[in-house]
Design a binder for this molecule. Structure first.
Ligand SMILES: Nc1ncnc2c1ncn2[C@@H]1O[C@H](COP(=O)(O)OP(=O)(O)OP(=O)(O)O)[C@@H](O)[C@H]1O
Length: 588
């Protein structure tokens, strides 16, 4: 039977095929250049090589057998559809080089020998499904394996030892894997293994349960060794107990739905939720008077009081880690953002006042200061000017309107420079803080009309109550914080690195999400691209056409990678990061 018939049979068991229907027509040639079938790629001899059917909403049954007769087929891409059930028999397509089924709902175990007849496979992307059971051992026999993505599934058991020389990217993060990370994978650092509380090994700084002690006490026989063994066991129990508590805390953090917050960021312009400060506070206080008043700490935008805020119609902007944010248009026409903080009552009114006044005194072109605050024991409001263009997050990943189109390389450099300059300032002004900014991410970078960045939500670390509240800060996504719950000024450097990579690649960093189910691990991507000498592939399509600047983009990419080095001892510090950024731009 002809290729057209093969593909139509394959389509027959699929649902939601509307994107395919208009070109997949019986009796026509799927490789005909004048009437190309959607998603079908052929070589110059009209042999079908690849099916690119990613992200088109397909579901239903995958009849792999019918594809066996497409003998030139090397790539199957079904990523980001809605397929479910156990894994289809893709192993019957023994010549495949790439199989992308990430971002579906596949579940169940993958048989251990699944890959044993797929010796040509180079790229395996099975991430973001619900696969469970052991990772198939047959992966170890794939000698050409280049990319292996199994993150965000429910795999259990050990990671097989993979020692293929070509292996360039791996990701096992966010599964339920257990045991020692094979030595052969140590070159990949920490990121590919995160989110597996039961994995252990030097690489992730987590000791393996009692194995070392068992080995030590066994076989020696002497009392001395038994005593040493017992001491080691006791120490390990203590360490494990401590890290279990950390894992528990981290699990709690994982369960928070930050995704929702991200959705809200991206939908910010279309949000029609209207409320008023008065109604949102209904039931919390009986009269206006016991609410205290607004303390204006910076009168550059005029003087206003609590009654002005209460009267203003308020639009919900989002619900971030620290509390909700509203936009309110005051009677004098000034638009403000009111951020309601509920985790900051560590301070009494006097100390809170001193802290906010300190922020309000800042005069720096890249830092947005507070205008006013309101203090009650249970909650505090911090008011700042509303910046109409919105956040960098929105501009990069939100609508694709004019503001996005204007984000050429020059504007992007200006943003990186402005952010660096703001960070330089904060790191000298708040040098004594554990982490001077603490919450640097693209939703906290607002842009003026001419793309001058303004940092917001900075220096909150000392204000926040307990560790849970503190963990809402983005600095808590740095590898050292994930591993040992500790932030340092270098956590800010990691956050700066993510921003630089986000601006360069245009990709939404998976680091912003709690479950990392979508987005790109920009740090890992940058690191492996540098290793493989293919950095130019990472540059966002909107700017890669600016050929004269490619060299500079690559330099920035190296800085982004250096800032996101997972071992914070080896990571450059803020001074060095700023020096490198300034060095490049001084040559402009
Ligand atoms: N002054 C402002 N002007 C315009 N938009 C703002 C302003 N402040 C915040 N926003 C936007 O409002 C939204 C909600 O902000 P909010 O600070 O609550 O959330 P967040 O930045 O995601 O989290 P976090 O609480 O960790 O800072 C974000 O999209 C943010 O960019």
């Amino acid at each position: 039977i002809g290729d057209d018939q093969v593909l139509l049979e394959f389509k027959e068991l699929l649902l939601n095929t509307s994107l395919l229907d208009s070109s997949w027509k019986k009796g026509t040639n799927p490789c005909d250049n004048n009437n190309k079938w959607f998603g079908v790629q052929c070589d110059n001899k009209n042999v079908i090589q690849a099916l690119f059917l990613g992200g088109v909403g397909l579901l239903g049954n995958l009849d792999v057998d019918v594809l066996i007769s497409l003998q030139g087929l090397r790539v199957v891409n079904l990523a980001n559809n809605s397929f479910s059930g156990t894994i289809p028999d893709f192993f019957r397509l023994g010549a495949l080089k790439s199989l992308f089924i990430d971002g579906n709902q596949f579940s169940g175990d993958i048989p251990g020998d699944f890959f044993s007849k797929m010796g040509s496979l180079r790229k395996i992307w099975f991430s973001r499904n619900k696969f469970s059971g052991k990772i198939p051992d047959s992966l170890a026999g794939l000698k050409y394996l280049l990319e292996l993505h199994l993150e965000n599934n429910e795999f259990t058991g050990p990671i097989p030892s993979l020692s293929q020389a070509n292996l360039a990217t791996i990701n096992f993060s966010n599964n339920k894997l257990q045991g020692l990370i094979p030595q052969s994978l140590s070159k990949f650092g920490l990121n590919p293994f995160q989110g597996n509380p039961d994995l252990c090994g030097n690489q992730i700084g987590r000791a393996c349960k009692a194995v070392a002690s068992g080995e030590k006490s066994e076989g020696s026989g002497s009392t001395k060794w038994i005593i040493i063994g017992l001491v080691v066991v006791l120490l390990l129990v203590a360490i494990l107990f401590k890290s279990k508590r950390k894992d528990d805390q981290f699990e709690k953090l994982e369960k928070e739905s930050l995704d929702e917050a991200v959705k809200v960021h991206l939908n910010k312009r279309s949000m029609s939720t209207r409320t008023s400060m008065r109604s949102s506070r209904k039931g919390r206080s009986r009269s206006g008077s016991d609410m205290g008043d607004l303390v204006v700490v910076n009168d550059e935008k005029g003087i206003f009081g609590m009654p002005d805020l209460m009267k203003a119609a308020a639009e919900v902007l989002g619900n971030g880690g620290l509390g909700s944010a509203y936009k309110a248009v005051l009677g004098n026409g000034v638009s403000v953002v009111v951020k309601r903080l509920t985790e900051t009552n560590k301070f009494n009114k006097e100390s809170f006042d001193a802290e906010i006044r300190r922020l309000a005194r800042i005069r720096h072109r890249n830092i947005l200061q507070p205008l006013a605050y309101h203090y009650r024991k249970e909650e505090q409001l911090v008011v700042s000017e509303y910046i109409p263009k919105g956040s960098l997050l929105f501009l990069l990943h939100g609508d694709r309107g004019i503001a996005h189109a204007q984000l050429n390389w020059t504007s992007r450099v200006k943003i990186i420079l402005g952010v660096a300059s703001g960070m330089k300032f904060l790191h000298s002004e708040f040098a004594s803080y554990d982490v001077p900014h603490g919450n640097l991410k693209s939703s906290n970078i607002l842009l003026s009309a001419n793309n001058e960045p303004l940092l917001t939500d900075y220096a909150f670390y000392p204000l926040l109550n307990d560790s849970q509240a503190v963990q809402s800060l983005f600095a808590y996504k740095s590898p050292e914080a994930i591993l040992n719950q500790q932030v340092t000024p270098k956590s800010d450097v990691y956050c700066l690195g993510i921003i630089i990579l986000e601006i360069l690649t245009g990709k939404f960093p998976s680091q912003y999400l709690s479950n990392q189910k979508c987005g790109t691990d920009v740090a890992q991507w940058a690191w492996s691209a540098i290793e493989e000498n293919r950095v130019s592939e990472l540059i966002a399509p909107e700017i890669e056409t600016e050929k004269d600047s490619l060299e500079m983009m690559e330099k920035f990419l190296h800085i982004g990678a250096a800032c996101t080095e997972s071992d914070h001892d080896n990571r450059i510090d803020m001074k060095e990061a700023i020096r490198r950024i300034e060095e490049i731009t001084n040559l402009m």
